[in-house]
Design a protein around this ligand. Sequence first.
Ligand code: 1GP
Length: 242
Amino acid sequence: NSIYTNIKELVVQDQRLLAVLIDPDKFQIENTSGFIAKVNTSIATHIFVGGSIVGDLATHVLVSEIKKHTKLPVVLFPGDVTQITNKADAILFLSLLSGRNPEYLIGKHVKAVSKLADTNLEVIPTGYLLIESGKQTAVEKVTKTIPMSRVNVKCIVNTAKAGELLGMKLIYLEAGSGAKEAVTKDIITKVKNELSIPLIVGGGIKNINQLEMAYNSGADLVVIGTAFENDESFFKELTVEK
Ligand code: 1GP
């Protein structure tokens, strides 16, 4: 079963999906087994690996190590082509639809093709929208694009829908890692109402209340990175009830 097909099936059953995001640039490789053990006992359904600025081999080494400790699907969430590794199961092939930097709309993708040809990665075309979140985030800096205004919800909705009409399989609303303000209820609800493909929401989600809020507004898959990095006891609150 492909990872995307599986996501769609779970979404149809109204299951709430959670991805733990690990940034190879911030993560200590020797902590992998302990950290992944906690992920395994939590409600997490996916592991995403990626970051805005990552050294050349770091992703490859980290994903190889993660795979030793979990059966969860490992999905690349790359900031650059250097983060492509065959050790993962799939890759979010992100096009930054909120910005007007051709490099992040199509440029890096062209460069990725010959690298992807050497892998068995499942490629999942994903429309990626950076939403204003109170302070400048790494995505904004690295991609040199302006996040979309939180006030102009119609423009966010239309951009997400344009991604779907272009054939993208997922839409990802991103406030940016460590965002001060997560994507609002209103934005999630209105975008979800227009889409017939699964919706991912991430950035600045730090506690269960915010997580519930995102799901209740219509997020199908929520991505959390920083909150787990800062406090691994957060996993305990998200443990599967047996
Ligand atoms: C960032 O959406 C992800 O790309 C997760 O953000 O680190 O703030 O959880 P956080």
